[in-house]
Design a binder for this molecule. Structure first.
Ligand code: KG4
Ligand code: ZN
Length: 363
């Protein structure tokens, strides 16, 4: 049994949690505190890295103290402290990682620097008996990737976005349509009253082999359609939101379907698709993925929303999984680990270099 404090500060949430991993692999989340900064960034229509870093500095001590108090444990009880060490907005990553290092040093605990993407990749195992291997669709504000997960520390990237991340596309579309930030929930809300068939947005990369994604063209198509309407009514906005959302969901499902085809033989009878990241909350997307999984005979697993969006529990859990797998660093070893703005979880498939293009804050 291991008890781990997890710290997450890579984007706009200051989060800490205490998680216990039992020897059989079961998970108890003893506390999961998240202090979200949405209100700090709302006036700017997007996340401002410097404001995020300052907010983390102001909140981190209180959030960690709350997580420890809610769990009813002391630092002496912990086996390790896990902190997100990247990828992300580096000013924020620095805050959480430094807090983790200071606590580890002060209390003589080992520090586990966690890749934020590994947190998302393993989070499903907190609530489900998801045995390896599985296909992970990681879909958040900074990432849109398909990853084959074979074990703790064993990842293979099958596809990624060549331009915008899905959450970024939602956020930018919301801004364009005059909706609130974060854009995903706002676009989803507007889309409820909209007609998804009104605008026929293009299916990106339809003729391109592989499992990469592209969302920049869709965003531009929405902009052009919106600009063609002189004075958009709320119904126009709803129709644009619904048409955008359904085109995005269809694209994500189509590319995920390709990855499933590539893995079906290897996976045999145990075929599992796991969806993680903030955009996994989107019901239209879940509907498209659930239809895909049903059609192909795959099991679809989506962690509860509080573990899909950024949180400290998934970071603590990744640390605990590393300890259980015997791959956690020794006490003192990780104190010199530097925060990383970029830190791919797995290299791209051999022989393929990804194009440039604008990437999300965590790409
Ligand atoms: O995983 P997350 O909390 O943070 C990152 O690691 O990026 O994801 C945040 C992203 C934001 O872009 C937000 O707009 C999007 O997830 N999001 C959604 C929904 N809820 C959050 N996108 C679409 N539909 C939603 N219901
Ligand atoms: Zn995330």
């Amino acid at each position: 049994m291991v008890l781990v404090l997890g710290i997450e500060t890579s984007c706009d949430d200051t989060a800490a949690a205490v998680v216990r991993r039992l020897d059989g692999g079961a998970c108890d989340v003893l506390s999961n505190e998240v202090w979200t900064e949405h209100a700090d960034h709302r006036p700017y229509g997007g996340i401002v890295p410097e404001i995020a870093a300052r907010s983390h500095v102001e909140r981190i001590d209180a959030v960690i103290a709350r997580a420890m108090a809610a769990a009813g444990v002391g630092f002496a009880d912990l086996d390790a402290i896990a902190a997100t060490a990247g990828p992300g907005l580096v000013g924020g990553v620095m805050v959480g990682l430094t807090a983790g290092k200071a606590l580890a040093l002060a209390h003589g605990k080992s520090l586990i620097p966690v890749n934020h993407l590994e947190g998302h990749a393993l989070s499903v195992r907190m609530t489900e008996r998801a045995a390896f291997p599985y296909l992970l669709l990681l879909i958040s504000g900074g990432h849109t990737q398909l990853i084959r997960v074979d074990g703790v520390g064993r990842y293979q990237r099958l596809g990624t976005t060549i331009d915008d991340a899905a959450g970024e596309a939602f956020d930018k579309t919301a801004k364009l349509l005059g909706l609130a930030q974060p854009g995903g929930p706002a676009v989803e809300q507007a889309a409820r009253k909209g007609r998804p068939y009104r605008f026929d947005f293009p299916a990106p990369l339809a003729r391109r082999a592989g499992c990469d994604f592209s969302l920049a063209g869709l965003k531009t198509a929405v902009r052009l359609a919106a600009e063609a309407i002189p004075a958009p009514t709320p119904q126009d906005v709803a129709d644009l939101a619904a048409s955008f959302q359904s085109a995005l969901a269809a694209h994500i499902a189509a590319r995920t379907g390709r990855a499933m085809t590539a893995l079906e033989e290897d996976f045999g009878a145990e075929r599992q698709l796991v969806v993680a990241g903030g955009v996994a909350a989107n019901e239209a997307l879940r509907g498209a993925l659930s239809a895909l999984a049903d059609e192909r005979g795959w099991r679809l697993l989506v962690p509860p929303a509080k573990y899909c969006a950024d949180n400290g529990a998934m970071i603590a859990w990744a640390g605990a999984e590393r300890i259980a797998a015997g791959s956690a660093p020794a006490i003192g070893a990780a104190l010199s680990f530097a925060p990383r703005a970029r830190w791919p979880l797995a290299p791209p498939p051999t022989g393929r270099a990804h194009g440039g293009g604008r990437k999300g804050p965590k790409a």
